[in-house]
Design a protein. Structure first.
Length: 174
């Protein structure tokens, strides 16, 4: 069976909760999402051995994210925890014409620091060698610092040299 590691960010999601009554204030539903996380859920549900690589905090929402991953059969052994930190947040708002707008609060999210520390990069590279494929997205790259992104690119080049497939989702959604 293929073993796939997804690299990215899981965020707290608030979205409009449909109600039967018209109210002047919006009621929001809390969930967790992110492009690579969502894909990891789908891959796991299809029976692929899927693991997730990210950084989360030590807050209750990070705990719930990890619990959801366990519930979905996604491996969490490559998730780093950052003391006193919390995942990013986004809110979905529906416009009058039915389109969705997204508002993000992720500047302090620990996932932005993936591959920032040399020791962490080496450890992750060593773990990723055990997989058949590594999956990441344009969002994964966009949230990282230049230095971290270069560390990730270096690791991916070495992994490809060892036969690990790199799967890239540009996250272009017209």
């Amino acid at each position: 069976m293929a073993r796939i590691a997804a690299i990215g960010e899981v965020m707290v999601e608030l979205s409009p909760y449909p109600t039967a009554q018209e109210e002047t204030r919006e009621i929001m539903a809390l969930s967790y999402a992110g492009d690579t996380y969502n894909t990891s859920v789908y891959m796991s549900r299809l029976g692929l051995e899927t693991h997730y690589v990210t950084r989360l905090g030590d807050d209750p929402y990070s705990e719930q994210i990890i619990q959801r991953m366990h519930d979905e059969g996604i491996g969490t052994d490559m998730i780093e925890r950052a003391a006193g930190r919390s995942p990013g947040l986004y809110i979905i708002r529906n416009t009058p014409d039915g389109e969705r707008e997204f508002f993000y609060w992720r500047r302090e999210a620990p996932a932005r620091e993936l591959f920032s520390e040399p020791n962490e990069s080496v450890r992750l590279y060593n773990q990723l060698q055990e997989f058949n494929a590594v999956y990441l997205s344009g969002i994964t790259l966009a949230i990282m610092t230049d230095t971290a992104r270069q560390s990730l690119f270096d690791a991916l080049a070495k992994l490809r040299g060892k036969g690990v497939k790199v799967i890239f989702d540009s996250n272009y959604r017209p």
